[in-house]
Every structure is written in C-alpha cells, then in structure tokens.
Design a protein around this ligand. Structure first.
Ligand code: ADP
Ligand code: MG
Length: 337
C-alpha cells in the first residue's frame, strides 16, 4: 500500500491508467476493447459489435440543484451518455439509469427529471431498459449506462489518427463553459446569455453526425469533447502515438461566446480550448478526402465541419499556432482531481 501519494497527485487519468486498467488487462479477452475509449466494444458477430458506456453526474460536482431545472438535468444526463455512443459512430439501443435520491426530494422534481430524460429518449428513439433506485443522504447521484450497436467496419477509435490527417470539430466550443460562468454570476437570460445557458444546460448529442461520419473510411479517429479540445485531443494523440498542431484562429466560436467574453474580460480561446462539456465531436480525416466530406457534411447537416489543425509524426503533444506563429502557455482541459 502506498501511503504518501493521494488521488490528487496522480489525477483522474493517472488513476485509471496506472491503478485500474492494468489490474484487469489480462481478464479482457483478445476480441474485446475495454478501458481507454469512449465506449467498450464487444464484437457479437463478424460484422457487428455491441458498445457500452457509462457516465455519472453528482450534485455539487456536475450540477447545482438551484441552477438547473429537473427537466434540463434529465435531458442532459442522457445527452452526455449518448455523446459517448456518438463518439464511436454507433447507434444507441437502450439506456439504464441508477439514481440515488435524498428522502425529502419532491415527487414533482423526479417527474420533471424523467420528463426531460424521456424527451431525449424519444427524439433519439432510445428506450429506458432498467436501472436502480436508492436513497442518498444529501446529494442527488445519477449514473447512466447506454448500450449501442455498430458495424465493425464503422467503429471510430481514439487510436486511429494518421499522420497528415486534418483535425476537425462538428461544432463550436466554449459556449457551455461560458454558460456555466454566467450561471455562477447569476446573470439574467438575454440575447447573449440565452444560447450559452442552453448549451450548458441542454447540450444535444451529435449522434446523427457521428453515425454519418462513421460511414466514411477516411474518417479515422473520433472522440466527443467533454473535457475541452486540448484534453480530448490529447487522448487521441496518446492513443495514436502522434503529435498534433492546432491553429487557434481556426477554432470556431459563436458570437454569443465572443460577446460574453468581451463584456467580462475573459479570453474566449481559453474557454473554447479548455472549458469542456461541449459534446461536439473531435475527429481526424484523411487530408485528401477532407473537402469532399466537409461539403457533404454541410449538405446533410447545414453546418460546417471545422478544420482546426493537423496530425503529425512525433511524441504525443499539442503545439498551438496563431497566424503561423507558435504560441506557448495555453491552459489545459478540465480535470477532476
Ligand atoms: P469519457 O470522457 O469519454 O466518458 P472518461 O475520460 O470518463 O471517458 O474515461 C476514460 C476511459 O476510462 C473510458 O474508457 C472509461 O470507460 C474508463 N474509466 C473511467 N473511470 C473508470 C473506472 N473507475 N473504472 C474503469 N474504467 C474507467
Ligand atoms: Mg467521451
């Protein structure tokens, strides 16, 4: 037993990669993919696999009860889990919800929570198939699991980035983090804050985009942006043993984010790179196919596929450029410890 180190000294990913994953590696059968991607993958035939993901939301860590409506929380809890299915390119099949609730919680709160959960379940055609219900001393604890299916040839792993690939985003980042700051500042809803609140409180998972992209062989690695572009791109780079360049002027940002940051003297790039909870997809595409895929993506989804950088040979690391000049001292993504 190690006595001197605590959890903070190794961090979330140190804990998973050094203390949890290696202990179970030998039990994971050769055909399975376990810890290390957005979902686990269990092939069920030569052509298809089952995928599974689970994510937890804890009161005071992930949400404040007086800053999010129960409807929004129900919607968001499922959304963040569906986002991991989207990141593999899969189709969600069913969800499971385990929930720990304080005894004095009002039934109307639970009803509204399930209404939000059901709204997204219906939109994405994903039935609730089971779960668990317990009491919790003070805090609301929510854990959701989602199963999905995918054609083996369409699976998009974090480890598949290739040298020369273009790094892309399916949407703007930073709004959610700005929305969180606006909530903390108790700002009223207006033209600038409303879209930021919406992105933070009711993110919509890119399931359709993920499935569509997965049908392209020249789309290589994919991940969803939950901790911020910097942190999530590092997962792709570590898994693919490559380095990446990001061109800061190409990072897509909404006018709401730019307005908000201007008013509150915040650097928007920091929120866009490191804020997290954006739930757009970050992917790498063979450079020769990029233009075609981006054009068809625009036709299909009426929004651009934003190129923000390039994959290169080298030790996993991100180099940031602004107008071709290298930039140092960029802050990293969110970490739990
Ligand atoms: P994501 O942000 O996509 O939900 P995470 O960063 O939470 O992924 O987790 C990274 C990987 O580590 C995933 O494959 C996840 O299943 C795995 N993981 C996270 N926590 C644990 C844990 N306590 N035990 C086993 N695996 C874990
Ligand atoms: Mg993920």
């Amino acid at each position: 037993m190690e006595k001197t180190k605590n959890l903070k000294s190794v961090g979330e990913f140190g804990l998973i990669n050094e203390y949890i994953a290696p202990e179970f590696k030998d039990l994971v059968k050769e055909h399975m993919t376990g810890i290390g991607d957005d979902c686990s993958i269990i092939p069920v035939s030569k052509s298809t696999s089952h995928i599974f993901t689970t994510d937890m939301l804890i009161e005071k860590t992930h949400f404040l009860r007086d800053k999010i409506t129960p409807y929004q929380l129900g919607f968001k809890s499922l959304a963040v889990n569906l986002s991991d299915i989207a990141a593999m390119g899969g189709t969600p099949v069913g969800s499971y919800i385990s929930i720990g609730l304080p005894k004095d919680i009002e039934l109307s709160w639970i009803k509204e929570f399930m209404k939000g959960y059901k709204t997204l379940s219906e939109k994405e055609d994903v039935p609730l198939l089971g779960g668990d219900t317990t009491s919790s001393e003070n805090h609301i604890i929510i854990n959701i699991g989602v199963t999905g299916e995918i054609a083996n040839q369409s699976i998009k792993k974090r480890s598949a980035a290739e040298t020369g690939d273009i790094i892309c985003l399916t949407g703007e980042t930073g709004d959610s983090a700005a929305g969180l700051q606006a909530l903390f500042l108790d700002l009223p809803e207006d033209k600038t804050t409303k879209p930021l609140f919406d992105k933070h409180l009711s993110p919509y998972p890119n399931v359709s985009e993920g499935k569509w992209l997965a049908n392209h062989v020249d789309v290589h690695a994919m991940i969803d942006v939950s901790d911020g572009i910097s942190s999530d791109l590092m997962h792709i780079l570590n898994a693919s043993f490559r380095k990446g360049n990001i061109e800061l002027e190409k990072i897509p940002m909404t006018n709401s984010l730019l307005n908000f940051c201007n008013i509150h003297q915040i650097n928007p790039i920091e929120l866009a790179l490191s804020g997290g909870e954006d739930y757009v997809l970050l992917l790498t595409i063979n450079s020769e196919s990029f233009e075609d895929i981006a054009k068809n993506f625009m036709d299909k989804f009426q929004k651009p596929l934003y190129p923000i950088g390039k994959i290169e040979d080298g030790t996993p690391k991100i180099t940031y450029y602004k107008n071709n000049q290298q930039v140092e001292n960029i802050s990293k993504g969110y970490t739990h410890f």
